[in-house]
Write a protein that binds this ligand. Structure first.
Ligand SMILES: Cc1cc2nc3c(=O)[nH]c(=O)nc-3n(C[C@H](O)[C@H](O)[C@H](O)COP(=O)(O)O)c2cc1C
Length: 161
């Protein structure tokens, strides 16, 4: 697939097959994702692979679509408000790289934002100086939702003199 087709065809997946995802594949997509842009090379991303107890305690409405893998992505805040913002941006780039690398090999992800809630931060053992970017169910899609159309991009573009 061309990179454009990989980007355009990725979907947020909400139902997964039980088939395992090889940990070596997961690690290779995460390693590739770490080539994301990150200011001052802070590499602010950190991951936590969830075991069944942690996952059950999060009490997600569909148990992350029954994904075989659940991964939390955290972002280190750094030493200033600007660095914290930049680190979140870098971590989001990291996540998108990961999502595209996995998707290119047929593996989808369910992005859930519940990890940022105070009680869930505690369940995930998130240190105080970290933000939670998301908790991701990862696996082979059982069902791929239809594409959600986007706003024509020219309507988002203004030209400055
Ligand atoms: C920061 C962030 C948080 C998200 N949190 C959730 C979530 O809690 N639950 C959910 O179903 N989708 C969540 N999503 C996924 C979006 O809902 C999804 O990307 C959007 O509907 C567009 O669909 P697509 O990714 O299939 O194009 C999140 C996405 C982002 C970027």
């Amino acid at each position: 697939m061309s990179i454009i087709n990989v980007i355009r065809s990725r979907r947020n997946i909400k139902a997964f097959k039980p088939d395992e995802v090889a940990e070596s594949d997961l690690l290779s997509w995460l390693e590739a994702a770490s080539y994301a842009p990150n200011h001052r090379l802070t590499e602010p991303w950190e991951m936590k692979l969830l075991g069944p107890d942690t996952r059950a305690r999060l009490n997600h409405k569909t148990d992350f679509g029954h994904a075989p893998v659940v991964l939390a992505v955290l972002s280190k805040q750094g030493s200033s408000a600007i660095e914290r913002d930049e680190n979140v941006m870098a971590s989001a780039c990291f996540v998108q790289n990961f999502l595209l690398a996995a998707h290119e090999e047929g593996v989808g992800a369910y992005w859930a934002s519940l990890g940022a809630l105070p009680q869930n931060r505690e369940i995930l053992s998130v240190p105080e100086d970290y933000d939670v970017i998301g908790v991701f169910g990862i696996g082979y899609p059982e069902d791929v939702p239809a594409v959600k159309p986007r706003t024509p991009i020219v309507s988002k573009l203004t030209r400055l003199p």
